[in-house]
Design a protein around this ligand. Structure first.
Ligand SMILES: [Zn+2]
Length: 69
């Protein structure tokens, strides 16, 4: 994945940030838990392996069609 501009703590608000980057220290060093439903969407809990912060990466879920097994 291409690295993008780092996010620093004093610019961070909930809803900001980039996938894969710690919003607190800016490092690309997150360890993810299992995807978890949240209302109609989902999130991945994460822990930053650099600074120890915890958070959730939020994602929309979008219907893309039925499949049969
Ligand atoms: Zn961090």
């Amino acid at each position: 994945m291409k690295r993008k501009k780092r996010i620093v703590k004093n610019n961070f608000k909930d809803g900001d940030g980039q996938a894969g980057y710690c919003p607190v220290c800016g490092d690309y060093n997150l360890e993810y838990g299992d995807p978890t439903p949240y209302n109609d969407d989902l999130y991945y809990p994460w822990t930053c392996k650099t600074c120890g912060s915890n958070g959730r990466e939020m994602y929309y879920m979008e219907f893309i069609g039925h499949h049969t097994c």
